[in-house]
Ligand binder design. Structure first.
Ligand code: 13P
Length: 213
């Protein structure tokens, strides 16, 4: 096993435990992946708890979906592969069922191209526009195809009645963006029916000019 693979397996274990301790992941919900230099991905095994991952049991999956090593992969491995195919710069993906983001995914939204208002600078900088994808059964190959379509334009998306998918150039970046999404959703619900003052179009454009890379 290469040093890169060993390091990434251990990193998945550490971040899984962190997300579990912070209660962003519970039970056996959610899955994480990273893309290796050779194009294969490491993805958390199906039905595993992110709080108790074991480095050697993490699944290694070829871009074709074939299992190369480790336990049987997440049933969502196909949407992870679809995001990597569409986003060459993406090297890590976080999919969790955290409470506020899931609550947002269960609401009726007037428009589904952006379901999280631009309330804060960090919400805009780390998450940006958040489209809502219609409901599919977890593991449905049609879900992976819908995710592929959205990934052409977005690094973050919300699956209806399910939860978010967030991609990043590193696992840290994907986790930070996921946490920002969850916190922004929490703020959204805290504000409730009160009249909020979202960032202006000009403020969003300035953030995008200053911080998009
Ligand atoms: P897996 O246990 O197969 O990864 O599925 C968990 C999940 O979050 C489904 O969306």
């Amino acid at each position: 096993m290469s040093d890169e693979e060993r390091e990434q397996r251990e990193k998945l274990v550490r971040f899984g435990a962190l997300l579990y301790e912070r209660r962003l992941a519970h039970g056996s919900a959610g899955n994480l992946s990273v893309r290796l230099g050779d194009g294969a991905i490491l993805v958390t095994p199906t039905n595993s708890s992110l709080g108790f991952l074991e480095p050697d049991r993490i699944s290694k999956v070829a871009p074709t979906g074939e299992l190369l090593a480790g336990d049987p992969p997440s049933k969502e491995a196909f949407f992870h592969l679809a995001v990597y195919e569409e986003r060459p710069a993406a090297k890590a993906i976080v999919h969790l069922h955290s409470t506020h983001a899931v609550a947002l995914s269960c609401l009726c939204h007037e428009r589904d191209d952006d379901v999280l208002p631009p309330l804060t600078a960090y919400g805009v900088m780390r998450v940006g526009r958040l489209p809502l994808l219609r409901y599919f059964r977890p593991g449905d190959r049609a879900l992976a195809e819908a995710v592929r379509e959205a990934a052409k334009r977005h690094h973050a998306m919300l699956l209806a009645n399910h939860g978010p998918i967030v991609a990043g150039r590193t696992l840290e970046e994907a986790v930070h963006a996921y946490e920002e999404l969850e916190e922004t959703a929490k703020v959204f619900f805290l504000l409730g029916e009160r009249k909020a003052s979202p960032l202006s179009f000009e403020a969003i454009a300035e953030l995008n000019r200053a911080f998009s890379s």
